[in-house]
Design a protein around this ligand. Structure first.
Ligand code: TMP
Ligand code: MG
Length: 286
């Protein structure tokens, strides 16, 4: 077992199975590999010096372009629905209607703020959204080795791309599935495009993107990274999957959720602000 996997914040329920899985991924090599990852609180950092970092939505919420009255609405929505998102006792099915409500109400509040396309760069620059340490290395190395990376996010596509551009780089091997903003010909935000992606309907989004997975059908090994139980379904729709290694970041409500995360994810990283573990694994495979 690698040194990085022996740290005390790394939880592995079935070490023997994970070791076998890693050997298989290493043996099959980079030509069989693809990465599927969540964005908010997986690629992006959860907190810094005890203070929460912004999600894609928070970038807009906290920006000087949003009037106080709208900020209050978005804060109230978060205080109502975030505890449901991370509730350890509710099932995914029970959570889905609440997530639909949260995303729908948040989107219409955001649209009512009269954002312009060019405001996004500034909003991201003024925010404390940042990537986990090691993302920049991971992105450039995956690009160098031509390993495809799907970023599957219930956040906001335009914002996550801007966060990646400001803190690293968007590379040609990256593909994003997310909620993209719809701007009119004057550059004014008028809505969101396509089907809504929230935390717990990524399985449906995965099936809608089966064309993407079909073009990668020879890449039968997956490394999946997420921070929510909903992220486990991001690889639904991958044809002929052979091996999948699931790495889960557990950032919040830790004690209540650790057991469930250990059941669901092969490797659980508790309060880890880095990409050290996924990167150590990639170093062995590439
Ligand atoms: P994801 O990490 O699964 O892509 O989900 C996006 C995150 O965005 C999710 O953890 C909840 C968060 N969020 C906000 O912070 N504010 C909002 O208004 C909404 C709708 C979501
Ligand atoms: Mg997330």
């Amino acid at each position: 077992m690698m040194e990085e996997l022996q740290k005390e914040n790394v939880y592995i329920k079935d070490a023997e199975r994970v070791e076998k899985l890693l050997c298989q991924l290493i043996q099959d090599g980079k030509s069989k590999l693809q990465i599927i990852t969540d964005f908010d609180m997986t690629l992006s950092r959860f907190s810094i010096n005890g203070k929460r970092c912004a999600t894609c939505h928070n970038v807009l919420e906290n920006s000087s372009l949003v009037p106080e009255s709208k900020k209050q609405v978005l804060d109230e929505l978060r205080d109502t629905y975030y505890p449901i998102e991370i509730n350890a006792k509710m099932t995914i099915e029970e959570k889905i209607p609440f997530m639909m409500e949260w995303w729908t109400k948040a989107q219409s509040t955001i649209v009512a703020c009269n954002f312009r396309r060019e405001d996004l760069t500034r909003a991201v620059r003024e925010s404390n959204a940042m990537l986990r340490d090691g993302c920049d290395w991971q992105f450039s190395t995956l690009h160098e080795h031509k390993v495809p990376m799907l970023i599957f996010s219930a956040g906001i596509g335009d914002i996550l791309e801007e966060i990646i551009k400001q803190h690293s780089q968007m590379y040609a091997n990256m593909r994003v599935v997310s909620n993209y903003m719809d701007f009119n010909h004057d550059g004014m935000l008028v809505g969101f495009k396509g089907d809504l992606v929230h935390t717990y309907n990524k399985n449906e989004g995965a099936l809608r993107n089966s064309d993407y997975f079909t073009t990668l059908k020879d890449r039968r090994n997956i490394i999946l990274m997420g921070d929510s139980m909903g992220d486990l379904r991001m690889a639904d729709g991958v044809p002929n999957m052979q091996h999948i290694l699931k790495i889960g970041f557990l950032n919040d409500n830790i004690e209540e959720r650790l057991e469930k995360y250990k059941e669901a994810y092969d490797i659980v990283l508790v309060s880890d602000s880095t990409m050290d573990v996924p990167n150590a694994i990639l170093k062995k495979i590439l």
